[in-house]
Design a protein around this ligand. Structure first.
Ligand SMILES: Cc1cc2nc3c(=O)[nH]c(=O)nc-3n(C[C@H](O)[C@H](O)[C@H](O)COP(=O)(O)OP(=O)(O)OC[C@H]3O[C@@H](n4cnc5c(N)ncnc54)[C@H](O)[C@@H]3O)c2cc1C
Length: 409
């Protein structure tokens, strides 16, 4: 594996860095970077043509940022150019992500760009692509993902929400849960059971539905960090036209798994991890009366350990990226990356609490001391990192069985 950039890669890195220096809105500089949740906009084609009705009237910082990204296809860097992406290979995506994280720049992609778009590109009809891809890129339609159900999380193939054919429609009844951003989304891509008698993976279909359709109701769920990011979604006789089914009936499971092939751009967050440790250290130095733990030897040693782990996480990402660049499909290697990265995130968040002690619980009140409150919130928010995107137990199963060749039971 080559750790240094080739001449071409170094030039690409510089191009990305120069772009960020020039185009990143001043209003966002110095803010914590975010990966775009479903509530954020998205926009862009390679040429930028046709996306913004009048680009000269783009005014607010988010629109300006989206417009700048769209001129290069960087809203969806992995999508082929013909569909408005940048068609970047894995290494270039990785470098782009590294530079965005290093700069602290936010990415405007969401479920539409990361998940649905790639699925439509592979499995959608021409009409479905024409109808949905432009609005994913320009951010005018926000999507949420309706896969998990109360009895189908790790084992998504057990979904029980039913879709029954009725004339030119399907009638959908059932419930989803943990649906991120459903309260803000315009549409949902979802899995529903179309053949209850078939083996579970072979009786599921993939549908697109409108969140404003009669019979759809959304109930936000409050997390222990005090935010309502995800929801329960209920379907009561929701009619979905058959033209909104992606792919063949009962092949939805296989269509859903295609998306994973496109998820390369998520590799590369290790820079962000290093930056969050650095920002904690900066806080400790600038706030000695609050970050009282910084003087404790055990806290200092924990910082050193977290820095080593951030470096290990980076090397794991490099391994996955170099496999993808060689045309291989990482399997247990990607699980190792996800498992290590998400558990490390929790250790870093716990260190923030140790650093600030009781102050990390102060959220309101004194402006000086409530600065530390974000470490407490960060700690409880980090719990979800080992659940979302496949739990740690599932990642360990994959590593044990596929990586180490151990028996299933
Ligand atoms: C922040 C966040 C955002 C999310 N957003 C979405 C979303 O937008 N859309 C959506 O559809 N879903 C979403 N989810 C749901 C997520 O996909 C599920 O929570 C996840 O797949 C786990 O499913 P579950 O919660 O039902 O737990 P379960 O699958 O019921 O697991 C419960 C426990 O049993 C363990 N377990 C399960 N199976 C095995 C096994 N075979 N071997 C060993 N241990 C096992 C698990 O590791 C876990 O500890 C989100 C979750 C989180 C945390």
């Amino acid at each position: 594996m080559e750790f240094n950039d080739s001449a071409e890669e170094a030039a690409w890195r510089k191009e990305v860095r120069d772009f960020l220096e020039k185009e990143y809105p001043d209003e966002f500089r110095g803010r914590a970077p975010r990966r775009g949740p479903a509530t954020e906009g998205e926009g862009g084609t390679d040429s930028g043509e046709g996306l913004f009705r009048d680009p000269t009237k783009v005014s607010n910082p988010m629109d300006r940022w989206r417009a700048a990204l769209s001129t290069r296809g960087w809203v969806a860097p992995a999508w082929p150019k013909e569909y408005g992406g940048a068609g970047l290979d894995t290494k270039k995506q990785f470098i782009l992500n590294e530079e965005f994280a290093e700069f602290g720049a936010m990415n405007v992609g969401g479920f539409g760009t990361m998940m649905l778009g790639p699925t439509l590109i592979v499995h959608g009809t021409d009409d479905q692509k024409k109808e949905h891809l432009p609005s994913i890129l320009n951010g005018s339609v926000q999507w949420c993902q309706g896969w998990s159900e109360p009895e189908a999380g790790s084992d998504v193939a057990s979904v029980q929400t039913r879709a029954v054919k009725d004339g030119d429609d399907y009638v959908i009844n059932g419930q989803k849960i943990w649906t991120t951003g459903a309260q803000f989304a315009d549409k949902m891509y979802m899995l529903a059971r179309t053949d209850p008698d078939a083996p579970k993976h072979r009786g599921i279909s993939y549908f697109l539905l409108d969140m404003k359709d009669p019979g759809v109701s959304v109930r936000p769920l409050m997390t222990m960090a005090g935010s309502a990011i995800f929801n329960e979604v209920f379907f009561e006789n929701v009619r979905v036209p058959a033209r909104n089914r992606i792919g063949e009936e009962n092949r939805g499971w296989y269509i859903g798994t295609t998306t994973l092939d496109f998820e390369r751009s998520s590799i590369g967050s290790s820079v962000g991890i290093r930056k969050s440790i650095e920002s904690m250290i900066k806080f400790a130095k600038e706030n000695p009366t609050i970050a009282v733990g910084a003087k404790k030897r055990e806290v200092q040693l924990a910082f050193a350990d977290r820095m080593i782990e951030a470096q290990v996480a980076k090397l794991m990402s490099y391994r996955v990226v170099s496999m993808q660049n060689a045309g291989l499909v990482p399997n247990h290697e990607a699980s190792m990356c996800k498992l290590f990265g998400s558990e490390m995130q929790q250790r870093i968040a716990a260190l923030g609490v140790k650093l600030n002690g009781m102050y990390s619980q102060v959220i309101g009140g004194s402006p000086e001391f409530s600065k530390a409150g974000r470490f407490g919130l960060g700690h409880v928010s980090a719990v979800s990192s080992t659940i979302a995107g496949g739990t740690s137990e599932i990642q360990r199963n994959i590593m044990a069985q596929r990586g180490l060749g151990l028996p299933r039971d």
